[in-house]
Write a protein of this length. Structure first.
Length: 294
């Protein structure tokens, strides 16, 4: 049990204790909010969307995803509003569907008609929404660490409310950690939770993230997912509680491939070699050249 607890703690620490790497930084304005993004490499565009409390560096640079993909693609990574070096409004009205609109506006800003989109956790939810609401802008989509639920079964709104309350009260992210705890594993100790909360709050604007939780993007309705023609890869850890949402997509969304990463939890799946290997294979299979050759 002690080993499991240490593994959970290490999983969370790897999200926060990651060195900042150098990259070419750019900014553009999206509906009045400054959005930070980076670009690396050449080729078809791959747009990367990070998770809650993360950013370009922690989710994509330090784990080597940008370096791996930039050998073959133009890799565009953005800090979602409320995160990283992007603007951090405290008004819930500044979030909602703007979380989905910002990536589309970035493609417009860069004059890119279609791109592959890769999201993880919160970014995976945004990628799923883009599949439903903006399929005409996607070459393919990768939904990592996230799934979809019908409205009457969706557990996430209640978790978001608890998280927003906790962040506004300066208590940190305990509701999030509890909800993402690996299946069958004990929860972190109070001491570990206190340490993780302190670290998270030192790196993030708690009120901005609370506002985001108060008004998250609407998941696409089932009819849009059933009508989808965009190739989609769902990448999920075997021990990730969000796997139940991926299971709901199985048989619902056409052109869907599911890869379950053995023994991986929500926080460690992104750093698992199988994640980048599956991602690289999927993107190659659905490049414009490969599609035209079929």
């Amino acid at each position: 049990m002690a080993m499991v607890k240490r593994t959970i703690l290490l999983s969370v620490l790897l999200v926060f204790l990651i060195p900042v790497l150098n990259a070419d930084d750019f900014f553009f304005e999206s509906a009045g909010i400054k959005i930070h993004y980076t670009m690396d490499g050449k080729g078809e565009a791959v747009l990367l969307l990070h998770g809650i409390g993360g950013d370009i560096q922690t989710d994509w640079s330090a784990g080597g995803v940008i370096k791996e993909l930039s050998n073959s693609y133009k890799v565009i990574a953005m800090d979602s509003r409320g995160h990283g070096r992007s603007g951090k409004p405290h008004d819930p009205g500044a979030y909602g569907m703007e979380l989905v609109n910002d990536p589309i506006r970035l493609l417009d800003h860069l004059k890119i008609q279609k791109a592959h989109v890769v999201g993880y956790s919160m970014g995976g939810m945004i990628a799923c929404a883009m599949v439903g609401y903006h399929p005409e802008r996607l070459l393919s989509a990768v939904i990592g660490g996230a799934g979809w639920y019908p409205p009457e079964e969706d557990p996430l709104p209640a978790i978001r409310k608890q998280l927003a309350d906790s962040l506004e009260q300066g208590k940190g992210i305990e509701p999030l950690i509890v909800s993402l705890n690996p299946i069958g594993a004990p929860q972190p100790t109070p001491e570990q939770m206190a340490f993780l909360n302190k670290m998270f709050l030192s790196r993030n604007d708690a009120l901005a993230l609370a506002a985001l939780q108060r008004n998250f993007a609407s998941p696409p309705p089932e009819a849009l997912l059933r009508a989808n023609k965009v190739p989609v890869l769902a990448l999920i850890g075997e021990m990730d509680p969000r796997k139940s949402g991926v299971d709901r997509l199985d048989g619902l969304m056409p052109n869907l491939k599911i890869v379950v990463i053995p023994k991986a939890n929500h926080l460690m799946a992104l750093a698992n070699p199988e994640f980048i290997n599956s991602l690289r294979i999927f993107l190659a299979e659905h490049s414009a050249a490969a599609t035209e050759a079929r």
